[in-house]
Design a protein around this ligand. Structure first.
Ligand SMILES: Nc1ncnc2c1ncn2[C@@H]1O[C@H](COP(=O)(O)OP(=O)(O)OP(=O)(O)O)[C@@H](O)[C@H]1O
Ligand SMILES: [Mg+2]
Length: 391
């Protein structure tokens, strides 16, 4: 009971944890300026010329597709207001709204919360949608998120009907826009008629985020959701390189939140790179014992040296590593390796994946090699290796 009360006290680490939730969309989306701009250009005629637009957005998991579309639509509504054009949006997730009628129902619920969920055919529901559009004189942006699920299950008939709606009815001209969002290329799931309305130029491709972009995204969340100066320098760089392989902002944000929770559990005042390692090991466990059994004793000593140096930091230099390695050899009464052999083994350790060597980038003088450990908490490595080496 007491523990629960303690845990319910205001956090020393987090200021506003809700800003780390996946539903929260920040005002600015670092690294997606180009895509926002492209959407802006495509939708200009919607604001100024009573026109509809059809856009296809594709990109891998966590590349910001949903966040960008949501943020963009709020900008679009504002621009519309300034031009006395009411632009509204409905966002339908086709993974949860699996059938054509469930998609139609979500759209009609935008106009009428109490619209019955049974008893109407798709053509009837399309007619009702038209009535709403005529009556309200608005422009409706229909976002079909995870559209590949709908296309695979039901084909492209509904999408075709949306694109044709305004062509058949002159007073509905320019009343609907369609944004399809998907991880996979959906064009091969569409029939030629629907495909022809999605011109090639209306495809916006979201690539994976680069390490720099992920770092900017993590920095923004630190600013929004952590107490001031509560996250050590080096943490966002480390999380960004952990997530770089996937280019996935969702994974980076998850690691950041977990790192904060680990810091809290351990009663720390700040979030450190070691907390980030615990977070990574929790999300994607790395069985380091197996690797350690496969490497030779000098490599084991080098790993222990690196782990000791990295207790409080994200990186150490190879010079520091070599000194620490020699010191451990001495305490073990072992003859240390010569410089060339040392470098050879360092490369081998890198190849094992437990340990990463990288050329230093910005902020350091010259071009030295830096060492980091990302997948395993170094305190766990230290415990394990010390037990093994100091018997
Ligand atoms: N550029 C960005 N700046 C800030 N946060 C971002 C950015 N891109 C993505 N995010 C955040 O990362 C998480 C995942 O983004 P989002 O849901 O938009 O990805 P997605 O491309 O739609 O992925 P999926 O294909 O899995 O649906 C969300 O919490 C989102 O707010
Ligand atoms: Mg999404």
């Amino acid at each position: 009971m007491k523990a629960a009360l303690e845990a319910l006290k205001r956090s020393r680490i987090f200021r506003d944890q809700s800003k780390l939730s996946f539903d929260y969309v920040p005002d600015e989306l670092p690294g997606r300026e180009e895509q926002m701009d492209a959407l802006g250009r495509l939708f200009r005629p919607v604001v100024y010329e009573k026109m509809g637009q059809h856009v296809l957005i594709i990109g891998p998991v966590g590349s910001g597709k949903t966040a960008v579309v949501k943020r963009f639509c709020s900008h679009l509504s504002e621009a519309g207001m300034e031009n006395r054009r009411v632009i509204e949006k409905v966002h339908v997730n086709c993974r949860t709204r699996k059938s054509e009628s469930m998609v139609m129902l979500s759209i009609l619920n935008h106009f009428d919360q109490r619209f019955p969920d049974r008893g109407f055919s798709i053509p009837e529901m399309l007619e009702i949608l038209k009535k709403h559009l005529r009556k309200r004189e608005i422009h409706l942006v229909i976002i079909l998120d995870e559209a590949d699920v709908l296309l695979k299950r039901a084909g492209s008939d509904l999408i075709y009907s949306f694109t044709r709606l305004q062509e058949e009815d002159s007073d509905l001209l320019g009343s609907i826009s369609l944004i399809l969002v998907s991880q996979k290329r959906v064009t091969d799931l569409m029939d030629p008629a629907s495909l022809s309305t999605f011109k090639r130029t209306n495809l916006i491709d979201f690539g994976r985020y680069t390490k720099e972009e992920l770092e900017a995204i993590v920095d923004q969340r630190i600013e929004l959701s952590f107490q001031p100066s509560c996250v050590d320098p080096g943490v966002s760089d480390m999380i960004a390189s952990m997530a770089e392989e996937y280019g996935d902002a969702r994974f980076a944000i998850e690691l950041l939140e977990k790192s904060g929770m680990v810091a809290e559990e351990k009663g720390a005042d700040t979030v450190s790179p070691e907390h980030a390692r615990f977070a990574k090991a929790d999300v994607k466990p790395f069985v380091f014992e197996e690797t350690i059994q496969q490497i030779n004793v000098h490599e084991q000593i080098m790993l222990l040296a690196a782990a000791r140096l990295l207790r409080r930091t994200a990186y150490c230099s190879t010079g520091e590593l070599e000194d620490e390695y020699k010191a451990i050899c001495e305490s073990l009464n072992r003859k240390g390796l010569g410089h060339t052999q040392f470098w050879q083994y360092m490369k081998e350790l890198d190849a094992f994946g437990i340990f990463t060597a990288k050329r230093s980038g910005k902020g350091t003088v010259g071009n030295t090699t830096l060492i980091t450990i990302q997948d395993v908490p170094v305190t766990e490595l230290i415990d394990y290796l010390e037990k093994m080496l100091f018997v």
